[in-house]
Design a protein around this ligand. Structure first.
Ligand code: HEC
Length: 154
């Protein structure tokens, strides 16, 4: 008990100190002229699912949840956004080469089939982002159709 009393103030000070970690804001505020929906035919319902479940980490506009105001959660989210955007940015899709576009589409398909996306840690706090079986099959079908038309146009 005594040890606990000694450590608590230290933890509180560390927690307060953490709040001063600088954070970036991933909100470009610009029209996403290279968004995937501008270069492919992305039906409204598919786009809505992608925005809801993927855009927080895979676009230039994160919709910051309440916990983003609290460190170390913000740090953790910023890290995911940075890594996620590096791999795949739906807002920049139009700037990718045809080959990269096709590879990324395939990767999107695998991430859905293998259930690796959205990240499970993110789903803990974002239940609304979890894909239903129906949404999964809609996205998979769309990925397949879109890849097919890309390959056909070469
Ligand atoms: C909480 C943030 C987060 C969300 C939400 C999220 N991702 Fe990711 N995604 C990442 C991170 C971080 C990586 C890179 C590290 C890794 O692969 O685990 C990644 C990697 C990927 C990759 C791998 C790219 C490649 O070329 O191998 C694909 C594809 C992907 N995500 C698709 C999706 C899709 C589709 C959704 C929505 C259904 C989604 N992600 C939602 C964070 C996220």
């Amino acid at each position: 008990m005594r040890g606990y009393k000694r450590i608590l103030p230290v933890l509180i000070i560390v927690f307060i100190g953490l709040q001063f970690i600088p954070s970036v804001r991933n909100q470009s505020g610009q029209m996403a002229i290279n968004d995937i929906s501008r270069i492919y035919n992305v039906p409204k319902n598919i786009h809505a699912v992608l925005v809801k479940s993927c855009y927080d980490c895979h676009s230039n506009n994160t919709n910051y949840p309440w916990y983003a105001n609290v460190q170390p959660f913000r740090y953790w989210l910023d890290h995911h956004v940075e890594e996620g955007k590096k791999e795949l940015n739906f807002n920049d899709y139009g700037t990718y080469s045809k080959r990269r576009q096709s590879n990324k589409l395939r990767a999107i398909g695998s991430s859905i089939t293998d259930d690796t996306m959205p990240l499970s840690s993110y789903l803990l706090l974002h239940r609304e982002a979890k894909l239903s079986e129906e949404e999964k099959s809609q996205i998979l079908k769309w990925v397949e159709d879109t890849r097919g038309s890309l390959l056909g146009s070469r």
